[in-house]
Write a protein that binds this ligand. Sequence first.
Ligand SMILES: *Cc1c(COP(=O)(O)O)cnc(C)c1O
Length: 222
Amino acid sequence: MDIQKNLKEVLAQLPPNVRLVAVSKFHPNEAVEAAYAAGQRVFGESREQELSLKQAALPKDIEWHFIGHLQTNKVKYIAPYIAMIDAVDSYKLLAEIDRQAGKCGRVIPCLLEIHIAEEDTKYGFTFDSCRQMLEEGSWRELKNVTVSGVMGMATNTDSEDEIRREFGRLRDFFNELKERFFSDCDTFREISMGMSHDYPLAVEEGSTMVRVGSKIFGERVY
Ligand SMILES: *Cc1c(COP(=O)(O)O)cnc(C)c1O
């Protein structure tokens, strides 16, 4: 695995306005260090314990994103340092992030995870449940989180049309939310979509942030 070569190939395909979250979950510290040495500073992890161990051991200017399902009882461990929480899927979680961020004197940027795939998964807001949560309005009182955009995962399929449709829906939904709830916030600006097998499509459909793991670090051994 030539991590630095893979990283450069991915970066070369991204327009300047699209940021890369290098997803290092299940890969050792050495893999992160190799990408770091090539200039990468933004990394994504999906398990709290693994992330906390890496955060303690690795350079402090790394911006860590939490990209997986986060249990509310784990928020306190990552609140002191996490750069962004990419997959907020309930108001309850957002409120707990706010509470823990407040204790650390921080404001934590968060993305709302939207369920866009055909597949059933347990996580993510539906379009309607997300609208309802925002309409209800309590989130406006949370001063220690910033709602910075949306995140979604397309169906794992070979159909480019299907993937494109799903990413297109997420982009349209972002635009709807921007207009209805965030027209005066320039911090609501991220559309996080695109993984190893579909990030070029995601970029064409308006992604501002791709989360790429195996294409850079190789297949994960679980
Ligand atoms: C693991 C993971 C990724 C990266 O997946 P690859 O297919 O390895 O690029 C991206 N986003 C989320 C939410 C993930 O859990």
